[in-house]
Design a binder for this molecule. Structure first.
Ligand code: G6P
Length: 610
């Protein structure tokens, strides 16, 4: 959610922290702030708005000091204004912290502090924690002990970095439910909520574990549990390159990520797909093969775009492996005491691997004895580490808040998983070969679609000022319709709904008039004719039809206002191809409307709070 960067070393901390914050802005961007330990005490500057607003407000280079922390916020408690921005300090102004997460019992702690005469400037739960640590410091005279004591009393989640003038050559970082990474340099250390902020300085990182904290000094660091038991840390290498988190000549990250899909999709099956054997090698699942063979049911849990991928996964797995699948919103699954048997497989799908609800859902499933698998993009993320086994998406870092390439990579991995499971069961080698062959052709098909981006841009231009959109699809493409509508909503703020095409007549048809564009995903599959009937029903009510159809479908042009072509493939793979023009359409419409495509209002890339 929020972005955190801390630094201790020999360089000027402020510019380094601010450039790290810019790389983390996709995690939250409603306010930003820094705190530097200067000769005269803590120097704190914070401002509502983007990091650029902070830079405009204060000359970052004038903040002198080699130890500090910074933060970009996604507001939970209190408006996104200057006062609520982080860092927050204790009463004396000698201890400052930045915090990602939610302190659930902050009201109780705040009451105690108010009774003891402490006062507060902001509406945030994070300031309560800062003041609490300050009060404990007054009693214990030890910053680390004060932090540990406070953290043992708080309920909720935190990724936390503390600096203090009492210990000007030390940074404390701690995590529970919110990721933190240490960047290991030479005589210098960084701490960040995301590897993107450290990679310009070092590729060597340590992922802090749950309930772990780190004490960083210029000459070394130690890790321990919040209960003060020493831990061993493993230094790992970041797996992506700096250029992967830069725009590379594209106007927006989202557009770059859309255009990366021929490569990222290919990376999702490279070394896995065994075309001649008609099967898939998924090394990450070797330890659970017996469980997969014996599985009676699969439950897939996820949020947002990943939940849409899960729905396609349900169709794929049931179709190819004939195993019953249920798809659950993670936020619902975690609280409804789900019935789980020990021969169930629970799969968590997540781009970030940090989504709080998805994480809680897998913990619930593990508690109830299920085998839990992860399909995750971010290497080393919490979900990747807490699941029993899994398959990485290999889509590379996704910076645009609206997920694009991670979605198609999720479909790539889900198709392979369904094929893998199917081949363990009734699917023949010949059937497997056909699917594998077609899957291997998808990157080329995506390239073909991307070559037609200008046509999608023209359609976007025509519809950029409408207020509503309807997206309809059937079978495998019902979830693709949901995802298309979500993309448009997220970045253009146009109201859009996705529906199974045949459901249109049970409600949405009432909305159709000559102002209503309706997108039909209509590849030539076994329900193609039915979809044509739905198109006619829209035309009969003067609705505008934009059809996504097969290259060689000549008929559809006679009944649709616009046709966007996708190459012919197996019906089960059409949602992958249909998603590409839908991403482009949402992108071009949002750009026409002047929206901030990469950082849409109110959203965040990685939702680490409930
Ligand atoms: C946020 C993002 C969405 C994403 C969802 C799930 O809402 O804005 O783009 O689909 O979280 O995230 P995950 O990282 O678990 O896939």
């Amino acid at each position: 959610m929020c972005g955190i960067v801390g630094y201790i070393g020999t360089q000027q901390a402020a510019p380094l922290i601010v450039s790290g914050l810019k790389r983390l802005e996709y995690r939250g961007y409603d306010s930003a702030g820094v705190c530097i330990i200067s000769d005269s005490g803590l120097r704190i500057e914070k401002k509502a708005g983007r990091v650029a607003a902070l830079e405009k407000f204060v000359d970052i280079d004038s903040l002198s000091g080699t130890v500090g922390v910074g933060h970009t916020r996604w507001a939970t408690h209190g408006l996104p204004n200057d006062v609520n921005a982080h860092p927050h300090t204790d009463q004396s102004g000698s201890i400052a912290l930045v915090h990602n997460g939610i302190i659930e019992n902050y009201v109780t702690i705040k009451k105690k502090l108010l009774n003891a005469g402490y006062t507060f400037r902001s509406e945030t739960d994070s300031e309560v924690l800062a003041v609490f640590i300050g009060m404990l410091y007054d009693q214990l005279n030890d910053v680390e002990l004060a932090v540990r004591t406070a953290l043992s009393e708080v309920e909720g989640t935190f990724g936390l970095v503390v600096v203090s003038t009492h210990e000007p050559d030390m940074i404390i970082a701690a995590r529970r439910g919110s990721p933190l990474i240490l960047g290991i340099g030479n005589g210098e250390y960084l701490v960040a909520s995301d590897a993107a902020a450290v990679i310009a300085h070092t590729r060597q990182v340590v992922y802090l574990n749950e309930n772990e904290m780190a004490i960083l000094r210029r000459d070394g660091f130690t890790t321990k549990t919040i209960e003060n038991v020493k831990t061993r840390s493993v230094v790992e290498e970041v797996s992506f390159e700096l250029e992967q988190i830069e725009k590379g000549g594209f106007e927006h990250f989202m557009l770059k990520e859309i255009f990366e899909q021929p490569t990222t999709f290919h990376d999702g099956f490279r070394g896995r797909l065994q075309i001649e054997e008609g099967t898939v090698r998924l090394g990450g699942l070797t330890s659970v093969v017996d469980k997969l063979r014996a599985a009676k049911r699969i439950i897939i849990t996820a949020c947002g775009t990943s939940w849409h991928a899960a729905l396609v996964g349900e169709y794929l797995i049931e179709h190819l492996a004939r195993v019953p699948v249920e798809v659950e919103y993670a936020s619902e699954f975690r609280y409804r005491n789900p019935i789980i048997n020990s021969d169930d497989i629970v799969i968590a799908i997540s781009q970030s691997g940090e989504t709080a609800d998805t994480l809680a859902a897998i913990r619930e499933a593990q508690l109830k004895g299920a085998t839990v698998l992860g399909m995750v993009n971010v290497v080393g993320s919490t979900i990747a580490r807490e699941t029993d086994a899994g398959v990485y998406l290999h889509a590379g870092p996704e910076i645009g808040v609206a997920s694009t390439k991670a979605f198609t990579s999720q479909l790539c991995v889900l198709t392979q998983f369904a094929l893998y499971l199917g081949r363990m069961r009734a699917l023949s080698a010949e059937q497997g070969r056909e699917i594998a062959r077609e899957l291997a052709l998808i990157p080329e098909h995506i390239r073909t679609i991307l070559r037609g981006a200008d046509e999608v841009r023209r359609i976007a231009h025509e519809y950029s000022s409408v207020s509503n959109f309807l997206y309809l699809g059937r079978g495998f493409n019902f979830p693709a319709a949901l995802e298309g509508a979500l993309k448009l909503k997220e970045i253009s703020y146009i109201h859009a709904e996705g529906y199974p095409a045949a459901e249109m007549k049970h409600g949405p048809i009432a909305l159709i008039d000559d102002n209503m564009p309706v997108i039909f995903i209509a590849p030539k599959d076994e329900i193609y004719e039915k979809v044509l009937t739905n198109i006619q029903e829209v035309r009969a009510r003067s609705g505008k039809v934009i059809a996504i159809a097969d290259e060689e479908d000549e008929y559809i042009a006679s009944i649709a206002n616009h046709v966007i072509r996708i190459p012919r493939t197996l019906p089960m793979l059409t949602p992958i191809l249909a998603s590409i023009p839908l991403q482009l359409l949402a992108y071009y419409i949002a750009v026409e409307r002047g929206c901030n495509v990469d950082m849409p209002r109110n959203l965040a890339k990685s939702v680490t709070v409930e």
